[in-house]
Write a protein that binds this ligand. Sequence first.
Ligand code: IMP
Ligand code: MG
Length: 177
Amino acid sequence: MAFHDTTVEVMLTAEQLAARTKELGAQISKDYQGKDLTLVGIMKGSIFFLTDLARQIDLPLTMELMGLSSYQGGTETTGEVRITSDLTKPMNGRHVLVVEDIIDTGLTMQFLLENLAARHPASLKVATLLEKPSRAKVKIPIDYKGFVIEDRFVVGYGLDYGEKYRNLPFVGVMRTD
Ligand code: IMP
Ligand code: MG
């Protein structure tokens, strides 16, 4: 009996996550052949996806982390985003691929893309493990997408509920019953 058995229902297994991440890694390896790729992982939610994806990319890439915190109004972001930890290197002239856990309303990513574009990267693209299109408030061009999910609150594989459950090896739905 695991600690999460009664609270979380499996949505995407570790095997499904690994298989999809491998496919995305192969595609990214092809697309960025011969280019200086920098993965920018958004803390903390993307760290599991980031490290697994990076290991499936067959290129001499570099990795950076950025910390963002969105002001919450209930369970929903207000679109006001604060940088809690900034990149340590200039992105000028680099091929930047942002790695996110989930795009929900899209407001966080909209802020981030505007912020990163101002640093004049050679290119700027988005990889996200999950997308909840039914909740989108702004249109975000997603270049690499793991899975499209329904409007359910999910945890695990980096995603949290009150900072917990990030360490689950799968993505699951919080049981409300
Ligand atoms: P957005 O600005 O509404 O797109 O929100 C994106 C951020 O909200 C993500 O980076 C997550 O941190 C958080 N988030 C959105 N949906 C979920 C969810 O179902 N579970 C956990 N965190 C979520
Ligand atoms: Mg996040």
